[in-house]
Design a protein around this ligand. Structure first.
Ligand code: NAP
Length: 504
């Protein structure tokens, strides 16, 4: 089954064509023409979302759960076509797209279950104490309520799970917030067919079509207009630090500033503790290389930096990683621009003082080959740029002199999505010293594994202090992510006749 893109936006239940056009740049297959977004279309979509909000906020949890499940079903009904166009546009293998589709529909159904249970409402009740002295206490009830229309920006590297019907859209619709998606210009056809699925689900259920719009990109002014539209009450963004920071600044500068939930890049440092390095340095080097190579290194959880105590165990670790990386095949990157940015990032690291290249290969066009560098702790600590994300299969080994210096390096990192500790039983004392440092840095601390691969679950945290995310109190993956699009409202002395269903 193939999908020939219609190239239109979806504005409040209508396919809408605009005069400006842009062409997709797929990794394989034919390029297609798409309507380019405009500020006027953004305003139309936001006005519709605003008008739909009161009634959508008042829908029952069961109605919204059915909506999420129906969207999942409509995505599955288009499964093969989504895989075909997604793989062509991004260069990601079909198996990866199939897996990501399962994750996306699974996440929609997880949110359906989550809102049915109702725990997310965080219902609190302080019953009235009319006889309390010196003053009576009123009856106080609190629940979480939806905040209003939400703008969603997906990332290029997850064209399904972090895009049109990804975690942000699922969480917002589950909460009762209409959604306006700004389409990603790296996968407009994938975005379009998923939007078709959402529109079909809304129509099937007879719900208000104004609760969802997709405005294709094509120009920066589309995203800028979206975050500045006064009817938008929060933004869910997944993407680069540069793009996220630019849009975050616009949100903060609005007459009514709004929360910007930006999930940004990370270098996800991995610390190899001495006993683990001694017992399994070679295996850890190979495992690290495999994690670096996944998806051509285009994961926000790519473990770009490994920190290890200098010596023969570090040599074994580095050599195993180098050999595994040197054996890998070229991989297609998401866009030409990303391939170019990757090479520039590698050149920046290579030029750092004291940096030695263990593996540097020529790659051209849209393909990538891995790079491996090493540097002493002193040189690493003296050069902040080495701790910045290079989006692609690039690893930096930081050789520290001793455990104390490993702690110093750990404390030097800015906010991270993940920190990994590789440790054996004999490392427990040192691990206990590193853990509080790791938890101050990262949203997720993991032991004896690799951070690529994020479980969609109740206890997952995919976020972290800035610059991993712009909002350290939030996660963009898992059921807790619904809290981003809710705010607590306290109802004092509400008569029975007014008590909404969720408060009962
Ligand atoms: P990106 O270039 O920042 O693009 C994301 C979205 O923001 C796109 O829609 C893009 O529009 C828009 N945008 C970017 N800069 C903008 C600006 N200055 N003004 C207005 N709109 C702007 O990110 P990406 O390249 O797609 O994704 C890769 C990055 O995402 C990596 O850094 C990766 O680590 C990060 N990421 C993070 C997570 C996480 O959960 N933390 C997950 C996945 C990826 P256009 O379509 O016009 O480019």
């Amino acid at each position: 089954m193939t999908h020939i893109p219609h190239g239109d936006h979806w504005i409040a239940g209508r396919k809408t064509r605009s005069e400006g056009r842009f062409s997709s740049a797929p990794a394989t297959g034919t390029s297609h023409e798409f309507s380019a977004g405009t500020p006027a279309l953004v305003a139309e979509a936001c006005a519709a979302a605003h008008a739909a909000f009161p009634a959508f906020a008042a829908t029952t949890r069961e109605e919204r759960a059915k909506l999420l499940e129906t969207i999942a079903g409509e995505i599955e009904a288009r499964g093969e076509a989504i895989t075909a166009i997604g793989s062509a546009e991004t260069g990601l293998p079909e198996a990866r797209l199939q897996g990501e589709r399962g994750r996306t529909t699974g996440q929609l159904r997880l949110f359906a279950d989550h809102i049915r249970k109702g725990d997310y409402l965080d219902h609190r009740h302080d019953a009235a104490l009319p006889d309390r002295q010196p003053l009576p206490r009123p009856d106080l009830r609190m629940i979480q309520r939806p905040i209003g229309p939400v703008a969603v920006f997906g990332a290029s590297n997850f064209p399904l799970a972090f895009s049109v019907a990804g975690g942000d859209t699922a969480a917002a619709l589950a909460a009762g917030c209409p959604v306006v998606v700004k389409g990603h210009s790296a996968h407009p056809g994938t975005g379009e067919i998923v939007a078709d699925a959402i529109a079909a689900a809304i129509e099937k259920l007879g719900m208000d079509p104004r609760i969802f719009s997709l405005v294709q990109g094509g120009k920066r002014e589309v995203g800028e207009a979206l975050v500045q539209d006064p009817r938008i009450k929060a933004v869910g963004f997944t993407g680069s630090l540069g793009g996220g920071r630019a849009l975050y600044n616009l949100c903060a500068a609005r007459p009514e500033p709004i929360p910007f939930f930006g999930e940004l890049g990370s270098v996800n440092p991995m610390f190899v503790l001495p006993e683990a390095a001694r017992a399994r340095g070679k295996a850890l080097g190979e495992g690290w290389a495999a994690s670096l190579l996944m998806g051509a290194g285009q994961f926000c959880t790519n473990p770009g930096i490994a920190v290890i105590i200098d010596g023969p165990d570090a040599d074994a670790f580095a050599e195993a990683a180098r050999a595994a990386l040197a054996n890998s095949q070229p991989q297609v990157m998401l866009t030409d621009g990303m391939a170019e940015a990757y090479r520039q990032g590698a050149a920046r690291v290579a030029a750092g003082a004291g940096v030695r290249a263990l593996l540097a290969q020529d790659c051209s066009g849209r393909t990538s080959l891995p790079y491996l560098f090493e540097v002493s702790a002193a040189d690493f600590l003296g050069n902040h740029e080495l701790a910045e994300e290079v989006f692609g299969p690039l690893g930096v080994i930081v050789r520290v002199g001793d455990a104390a210096q490993m702690e110093e390096v750990a404390a030097s990192f800015g906010g991270q999505l993940t920190v990994t500790l590789q440790l054996d039983d004999g490392d427990a004392d040192f691990g206990r010293r590193l853990l509080p440092i790791a938890e101050r840095v990262a949203g997720r601390v993991l032991c004896n594994g690799f951070p690529t691969g994020v479980e969609v679950a109740d206890a997952i945290v995919h976020g972290g202090p800035y610059p991993a995310s712009t909002n350290f109190g939030a996660t963009s993956v898992g059921t807790l992510s619904i809290r981003r699009f809710l705010r607590p409202v306290c109802y004092q002395n509400l008569p029975d006749a007014l008590i909404p269903e969720d408060l009962r």
